[in-house]
Write a protein that binds this ligand. Structure first.
Ligand code: ADP
Ligand code: MG
Length: 682
């Protein structure tokens, strides 16, 4: 970067002391930092036709004052000043809050310009910007920055103006000419003008378009460079599995694999064979059959003389996995052990020894599996189920445990493509996009609580037919603040309703894991017919005989979670039902309920969820790996993202990219980002 751009902001007129500190607080140290600070939006000051302005929208109008201002004092420093304004043919009210001093400035007959929120019902504007006279100034769009301290927009714009003049002549153009030309993107100078001092609406739009593309291109370049470097580094293990043994295992399974399962098994095996480290995400909707794919992959690794590990987010799930894998793999002579938080010290010690001397082939467990004292003799593959619950740090610890084991992340939260290629942009992705044959769509109904008796009647029909039911409640204890159903209450209520006829079980996070186990086992063996539970059953639990699920206060859940919960039923061949008890107050809430009744497709719901909640909240956590972009919005800019992804791919594969003068700055960016070392550091 040029010297000018790297100059401190204190070289500008009016910046020093307090202001300099405030700017530093905002992460602005140099002139370059300053000009790359983008507004969160642009205020539109163009004159609008008031008759066509929707209620509550901001609008700028020019008109003739038709009445002397009248002022109402509302207490200390509070006042309300009102005038009548003739805007074209419309006579409207204009209200100023706490600007009583205008009483002597505004006179009847004068022309003024005001901006503010339009109250259509009251035919009134509540003013946020005012200027005497007709709208003369050339400013149609004004950027609004998120500022700290006592910094004002106007002052900040002055600094911006100076800074741009200083650095404009030697700004680096990151985007090669060809790209700019073919997408008609503004050069960096014009784009920066468009962001900070736009001429008109189109200027703003074009500026934004350029920076959205630039931001996404840089990100994709980084992600794909990481992927490429990792593959080239050959730092992983080439696993020489025994294909015949794998085929034998598949032949013993109780069902034929779906075409999608076969495809992903192939993708995974191909990766295992390569000498690079596998870093793959396996996505598949709830019930699509990921567990058996995991079992095959782990078995493959074991046939090559390595050990495998399977990590689940909860003990229940770990134990259930252990059971399934035991059924499939023990007949093949595989030695499996389970390690969770509740494994006793003595058993744990034996287990550690057996792991180290290779007497255990496969370890299944929870987080307990990545404690420092757990050492493998020859770890070849680590699979984590529902990986978005594991932090970045844990992934690293896990990887470091063996000789760069291959890593497979499984998730049943269908991740919209835009998020998948950003949050997991450095990974390969396999998708199971097909359900096992014979599955019926789950019938979903959104009902009010008043219909509870009818729901119970319907549930009884299922129970009498020998099926089972879940009843999901959000919290275990009464909370004054949240009007949520108490799981214990529901349990007692249902127990008394079903008295003697059916057995009701209770499951929640406060139970000891042994108690949870007992309940879960009783449910999966059919001794309990109705399981009342908090969301601890949310992920993964598999009881194919369950055909009925009631979800209390469904409006409190996000779509992804509702879909997960619903996925507890419909896992066998019988028709299943999902009842959403909800009384959503918000439009979003209503839309979520409708979406649930309309589709069983997890990917469609995920897209909807993303749209309703935005990328940041999608995983419900900050460290999810979804980067925060300055300009780009993953929901709206998905086309640009796809374009950027393809371009990044082409770039990295071409010799020209690595040598040409045009792409010099992009290469510098990659070097500085650390991507060329193959590690992702956000
Ligand atoms: P998930 O992808 O949600 O983890 P599971 O692996 O738990 O799904 O599988 C859901 C159910 O489907 C299980 O009962 C499993 O045995 C069954 N299943 C998996 N694959 C097939 C298949 N190819 N044909 C029939 N049933 C299958
Ligand atoms: Mg699963």
């Amino acid at each position: 970067m040029s010297n000018k751009a790297l100059q401190s902001v204190s070289s500008l007129k009016g910046i020093g002391g307090e202001t300099e500190k405030t700017l530093a607080d905002m992460g602005i140290l140099t002139l370059h930092d300053l000009v790359m600070t983008f507004p969160y939006r642009h205020e539109d000051f163009r004159l609008k036709n008031i008759a066509e302005t929707p209620h509550n929208e901001r609008v700028t109008v020019e008109g003739r004052v038709e009445s002397e201002p009248s002022v109402l004092f509302l207490g200390k420093n509070k006042s309300r000043l009102q005038i009548r304004l003739l805007v074209g043919p419309h006579l409207i009210k204009v209200v100023f809050f706490n600007q009583a001093y205008l009483k002597n400035k505004i006179v009847s007959g004068q022309t003024i310009t005001v901006t503010g929120k339009w109250d259509r019902g009251r035919q009134a504007i509540s003013v946020s910007h005012y200027s005497a006279g007709p709208k003369t100034d050339n400013v149609d769009f004004e950027p609004m920055y998120s500022l700290k301290g006592s910094l004002h927009q106007k002052t900040f714009r002055k600094f911006m103006h100076q800074a741009l003049q200083e650095v404009e002549s030697d700004l680096q153009e990151l985007l090669p000419y060809n790209i700019r030309h073919s997408y008609k993107l503004l050069p960096v100078q014009e784009a920066l003008q468009g962001v900070h001092f736009p001429k008109d609406a189109d200027h703003v739009k074009q500026a934004r378009r350029r920076f959205v593309y630039e931001e996404l291109l840089l990100f994709q370049l980084k992600m794909q460079a990481i992927k490429k470097v990792r593959k080239e580094q050959n730092k992983g293990i080439a696993i020489a599995y025994d294909i015949h043994k794998i085929k034998d295992l598949i032949a013993t399974l109780p069902y034929e694999l779906t075409a999608a399962q076969k495809r992903v098994v192939n993708e995974i095996c191909k990766d295992l064979k390569e000498p690079h480290r596998m870093n793959r995400l396996l996505q598949g909707d709830v019930g699509s059959g990921k567990t058996v794919v995991a079992a095959i992959a782990l078995y493959a690794v074991i046939t090559a003389g390595f050990q495998g590990a399977l990590m689940a987010p909860t003990e229940i799930l770990a134990e259930q996995h252990a059971e399934s894998l035991h059924d499939w793999l023990s007949p093949m002579g595989i030695r499996i052990a389970v390690l969770t938080g509740s494994t006793k010290t003595k058993a744990r010690r034996t287990l550690h020894e057996q792991l180290q001397n290779g007497e255990i082939d496969l370890l299944i467990g929870t987080h307990a599996l990545i404690q420092p004292d757990v050492e493998f003799r020859k770890l070849g593959l680590v699979i984590t189920d529902e990986q978005h619950r594991f932090g970045v740090e844990q992934r690293r610890v896990l990887r470091d445990k063996g000789m760069s084991p291959d890593v497979l992340f499984m998730t049943a939260t269908p991740i919209p493509r835009t998020l998948a290629i950003t949050a997991f942009g450095e990974m390969d992705v396999s998708i199971i996009d097909e359900m096992p044959a014979g599955r019926k769509e789950i019938e979903t109904h959104w009902v009010k609580k008043e219909l509870f008796d009818q729901i119970i009647k319907r549930m009884v029909v299922e129970l009498k037919a020998g099926n089972q039911a879940y009843v999901i409640c959000p919290l275990i204890e009464e909370s004054e603040k949240l009007d949520v159903q108490n799981a214990v209450d529901v349990y007692e209520q249902l127990s008394s309703i079903f008295h003697q006829q059916f057995n009701v079980g209770l499951m929640h996070g406060r139970l000891h894991s042994t108690e949870k186990d007992e309940v879960m086992r009783a449910f999966s063996e059919g001794q309990i017919q109705v399981l009342v539970s908090t969301t601890v059953v949310e992920v993964g639990v598999n009881v194919p005989n369950a055909t009925f699920i009631v979800i209390y206060d469904a409006e409190r859940f996000g779509l992804a979670q509702l879909h997960q919960l619903r996925g507890r039923v419909g896992r066998g061949s019988e028709q299943s039902y999902c009842i959403l008890l909800a009384d959503p107050k918000s439009e979003d809430g209503k839309e979520r309920m409708l979406s649930m009744t309309e589709t069983n497709d997890g990917f469609k719901l995920a897209e909807k969820d993303l749209e309703l909640r935005g990328a940041g909240d999608f995983f419900g956590r900050k460290q999810s790996g979804v980067p925060e972009f300055k300009m780009a919005d993953l929901v709206h800019d998905y086309r640009a993202l796809e374009t950027a992804r393809q371009d990044a791919e082409k770039f990295l594969a071409s010799d020209e990219f690595w040598t040409s003068e045009e792409t010099k700055y992009l290469r510098t960016y990659l070097e500085q980002s650390g991507a060329l070392n193959g590690e992702r550091i956000d």
